[in-house]
Design a protein around this ligand. Structure first.
Ligand SMILES: Nc1nc2c([nH]c(=O)n2[C@@H]2O[C@H](COP(=O)(O)OP(=O)(O)OP(=O)(O)O)[C@@H](O)[C@H]2O)c(=O)[nH]1
Length: 168
């Protein structure tokens, strides 16, 4: 008996979206043929606040508040992608990261899998390189409007004890 041919890598994996956003809007051409992997960083400061930034002008859901991050490039690890994106977008150099959870979100513009890490160790000065705004927010956050995919993450963080870093 011969095995079926392997699926092309862009075929939609068998991962049901946990969140369908704006379900009444049409999906972009090619949507769903590829699951886009996204590295997302939840920076937590010593007061247990998290860093949110706005989506830059010109991007889908521009102006909505999200966690910093971006698409993982081919062959790149989650941690390397996060390190690159945070340097490029907000000018910070991150240390060790703690993988936390993933979430598949079906947007009209793309099907994405958010791979979320907690980040408590970073250096540098915040600098918004893409015209975003930024805000350190205590939970529950006041920033609005939120990017829909960020909402379940914020809800999950709410139940998580956001420990401040240990004193040296
Ligand atoms: N960075 C980030 N992206 C998120 C979050 N939640 C969420 O659904 N996303 C989705 O993940 C995708 C991230 O793609 P992006 O366009 O921001 O990535 P990028 O910076 O590499 O963009 P580019 O390739 O257009 O330059 C978007 O579809 C965005 O809607 C979040 O909290 N942070």
């Amino acid at each position: 008996m011969s095995l079926p041919p392997p699926l092309p890598e862009w075929t939609l994996p068998n991962v049901p979206p946990a969140l369908v956003v704006d379900a009444e809007r049409p999906r972009a051409p090619g949507h769903g043929q590829r699951l886009i992997e996204v590295a997302v960083g939840v920076l937590v400061d010593a007061q247990g606040r998290v860093l949110l930034t706005t989506r830059p002008p010109g991007k889908a859901y521009a102006g909505c508040w999200e966690f910093p991050g971006g698409k993982i490039e081919a062959g790149e690890s989650l941690e390397a992608a996060l390190r690159r994106e945070l340097q490029e977008e907000i000018g910070l150099q991150i240390g060790a990261v703690q993988p936390w959870r993933s979430l598949v979100v079906d947007y009209p513009h793309a099907l994405v899998r958010l791979q979320v890490c907690l980040v408590r160790d970073w250096s540098g000065t915040l600098h918004m390189h893409e015209g975003q705004s930024c805000a350190w927010q205590s939970l529950p956050v006041q920033a609005a409007p939120l990017l829909p995919g960020s909402v379940p993450l914020l809800q999950g963080l709410q139940g998580l004890v956001l420990q401040p870093p240990l004193a040296p």
